[in-house]
Design a binder for this molecule. Structure first.
Ligand code: ZN
Length: 430
């Protein structure tokens, strides 16, 4: 039997759903790849302000966060890295406070000709919205906002402070979420609707980004034997890194959440550049690598092993032996995080509240999933003693071509989120 409040909240989500889809379409049309998030953040700030939230909009200052645990090194300046937080202040403050977090940044779209339609011109077909960032994770930003709207439509508000966060930098460092912590935002729980198919994420991996810089000896290709090819020299180094990946994935290294996965840790060479001229032996190359680690695995130890593996492989190369590769860290320095390991009463009751909200919405048991990626949940869970629930809609081809999000799934997540807010925070009359 549905309670009266459940029925009213569901009807409110349904009544607002066309507006929610229009909101998602407009948000997805902002090409908010790294460095170009401003127009999307302006849109978010306007939407929050229109609803009466207190708006905090600021530029991330590296000096505020670089000493904090969880900080990731960055390559460029943060002149254009703007966070937006909208705060709902409760009149009664009788409930538990909540952070609703989502990231506004999206990954680059890749070659446009591989999309069926332009990535930043969202289109809807067969119940899916297509577009870069629609799934990862603008549908989540939409569900957070329209879940709160549903409460408003019912004449109620959360009986605790709620902080609606739209952050940058999730896809490369997490420094946007870290900047929210540094600014003092704290709550009794955090909800992050990343697109993991309406499952509750019980564990996430850590991620390390690094670059390997190789030098070579340039000569005319007619005398290639006297030169040293900095591009071809990378191949055995990459092979050695994949051997390391294989070792790290061995059964004895896996944590409980990942015991059933043969290959949770993926090493990806994501970018490669080098050389200047087709008929010159290349004097340089740079490749960018992403490697994952298990929750509890030390970043420093992982880095030391990465460096050792690269240097050992380089010593097999006559030229590199005397000109060892340089390893540069930029981007993710992310530890793993497992909500499943949080035995606090706060975590247990937050999970129970979400279990109840999901069941009331879908009639199903909330499934658990250990994911092979990272999310901003780690900042709340590891560095702020705040259980972070990652629970969002079904999406496909995130980071790929024809990214799409299931709109009915977004509707269910919005309903469950509205129930979760009402339960976790309690309610007061508007
Ligand atoms: Zn995401």
């Amino acid at each position: 039997m549905r309670t009266d409040l459940e029925t009213r909240l569901f009807e409110a989500v349904d009544a607002g759903f066309d507006a929610q889809v229009a909101f998602l379409s407009e948000l997805t049309s902002h090409p908010s790849i790294r460095g170009q998030e401003q127009s999307a953040q302006t849109f978010m700030a306007d939407e929050l302000e229109r609803r009466g939230f207190d708006i905090d909009r600021w530029q991330i200052d590296i000096a505020d966060i670089q000493h904090l645990p969880g900080f990731s090194p960055v390559m460029g300046p943060y002149d254009d890295a703007i966070n937006v937080v909208g705060t709902h202040r409760s009149q009664t403050k009788t409930g538990r406070s909540l952070i609703l977090n989502g990231h506004i940044d999206v990954v680059p779209a890749g070659p446009l000709e591989m999309w069926d339609s332009p990535p930043f011109t969202p289109r809807i077909a067969d119940g899916w919205l297509y577009g870069r960032g629609g799934g990862d994770m603008k549908a989540g930003l939409a569900s957070n906002l329209f879940a709160l709207d549903a409460l408003t439509a019912c004449g109620i508000a959360p009986a605790a402070d709620v902080f609606y966060q739209s952050v940058v930098e999730e896809e490369c460092t997490g420094n946007g979420a870290l900047a929210c912590l540094a600014r003092g935002y704290r709550a009794d729980a955090a909800l992050i609707p990343e697109p993991f198919a309406e499952h509750l994420v019980t564990a996430q991996l850590g991620v390390i980004w690094f670059q390997v810089h190789l030098k070579g000896l340039p000569t005319h290709v007619a005398y290639a034997g006297t030169g040293a090819n900095a591009i071809e020299a990378a191949i055995p180094l990459i092979a050695a890194l994949h051997e390391m990946e294989h070792r790290w994935n061995a059964a004895e290294n896996r944590t409980d959440d990942y015991a059933h996965m043969d290959h949770a840790l993926n090493l990806n060479v994501g970018k490669f550049e080098g050389g200047d001229w087709t008929s010159s032996v290349p004097a340089w190359s740079i490749f960018d690598v992403r490697m994952a680690i298990f929750p509890g695995q030390s970043i420093d130890a992982a880095k030391a092993e990465i460096e050792q593996v690269i240097c050992e492989a380089a010593r097999d190369n006559d030229f590199l032996r005397n000109s060892l590769p340089e390893i540069v860290y930029h981007g993710f320095h992310a530890e793993g995080y497992a909500l499943s390991q949080d035995s606090s009463a706060k975590a247990q009751s937050a999970i129970a509240a979400l279990d109840g909200a999901h069941r009331a919405t879908t009639g199903q048991t909330l499934e658990r999933e250990a994911i092979t990626a990272t999310t901003d949940a780690r900042f709340f869970g590891l560095y702020a003693d705040t259980p972070a629930l990652v629970y969002g809609p079904r999406a496909e081809a995130i980071h790929g071509f024809n990214e799409r999000v299931d709109l009915e799934s977004m509707r269910r997540i919005t309903k469950a989120t509205a129930l979760f807010i009402a339960d976790w925070c309690g309610t007061e009359d508007l």
